[in-house]
Design a protein around this ligand. Structure first.
Ligand code: CA
Length: 341
């Protein structure tokens, strides 16, 4: 605004000077322009404005020019507030693009027998034995199994209305989800005696723990962390790979700071960052030698022996259970898998 006034004032000064020049040429008094100004104001001018109407077009042109230039003058001297104090926030920091997700393969280290009648929904290794939860109404159970022989050492059968799902051991307690019954049973780990039970909304699929919280899947891309004393949800993550949700997360295992999750109806395990939900790697178990495998006999069991860093996998009604080592993809950077091989 100040610049516009300055421009207007400048042209008003020129206009006034023209008046003065005209007056000078007529009165020759106090004239600041000793040279002839006929080229500016014209020959034979007289006292302006009333004395010399021939100067009128020039004056009007000067006024018009003043208005036009004032209107068009860029207001450089008074930058808009937006220029000095931008109200538009800078672009939010974009998360760095996720690198390509490496896919690990596997090597079979050992093969063990597995009950082909076990519709496996949960698997865990603890103190030298396997613990297994099985599903289907009327066939659901909780088992302790000898690894080497596959022999059932201890079993608790669920009432026929319950469809058993994932299991996990935390402290002296063993937790078992149900699929659509909305009930989590809590047992004494040694006696398989029920201590209590919790209710929850939605479906129960996989269960594991990080030593502090229960970690639960429900078939979606969401994993919830729950208080082991109340089963209340503490936090949740949404599992994504390259920005896209990964659904059908099923049986879970917590391995060296990662959540491993079977993806239902596939031979793929997602290795998930528990703080962000981002899939850090895949494990492709295609080709495991499972005889008589029908469409429902999907991969659905991961167990980890923390003391000896052994990984076990099996599936629904599989007659075998495999101990595997991971085989990294070519050019893969060294990872913690070196510790689990
Ligand atoms: Ca497991």
């Amino acid at each position: 605004m100040r610049t516009r006034w300055a421009v207007g004032w400048r042209f008003w000064a020129i206009f006034s000077e023209l008046l003065l020049i005209a007056d000078c040429r007529n009165r020759v008094l106090f004239c600041p322009h000793p040279q002839p100004l006929s080229h500016i104001v014209g020959e034979g001018s007289r006292a302006f404005p009333l004395a010399n109407w021939r100067l009128l077009p020039c004056v009007l042109a000067a006024c018009l020019l003043t208005v036009v230039l004032t209107a068009c003058q860029p207001n450089n001297a008074s930058p808009s507030p937006a220029a000095t104090n931008p109200t538009t926030p800078p672009p939010a920091d974009q998360p760095p693009p996720e690198p390509d997700i490496p896919t690990f393969r596997y090597k079979i280290v050992n093969t063990y027998p597995h009950d082909p009648q076990a519709f496996t929904q949960g698997l865990e290794f603890h103190d030298g034995d396997l613990y297994e939860g099985t599903g289907l109404k009327g066939k659901s159970s909780l088992r302790r199994v000898e690894l080497r022989t596959g022999r059932i050492l201890q079993i608790h059968r669920l009432p026929s209305e319950y469809f058993g799902e994932g299991i996990t051991i935390l402290g002296d307690k063993l937790y078992q989800l149900t699929w659509q019954n909305g009930v989590c049973f809590v047992y004494d780990r040694r006696a398989f005696r029920q201590i209590t039970q919790f209710r929850y909304d939605g479906e129960g699929w996989g269960l594991t723990n990080d030593g502090k919280h229960l970690i639960m899947s429900d078939g979606s891309e969401v994993i919830t962390f729950r208080d082991p004393d109340t089963f209340a949800e503490v936090r949740r993550i949404t599992v994504r790979a390259q920005g896209k949700p990964v659904k059908n997360l099923n049986e879970l295992e917590y391995i060296e700071g990662e959540i491993w999750a079977n993806i239902w109806y596939s031979d793929i395990i997602a290795r998930i960052d528990p703080s962000t939900g981002i899939v850090k790697a895949w494990v492709d178990l295609e080709g495991l030698p499972v005889p008589n495998r029908d469409i429902e006999a999907v991969l659905n069991g991961i167990a980890y022996d923390r003391q000896n860093k052994r990984i076990f996998v099996t599936g629904k009604n599989w007659s075998k259970l495999f101990e595997i080592e991971l085989v990294p993809p070519r050019n893969a950077a060294p990872t913690q898998d070196d510790a689990t091989r």
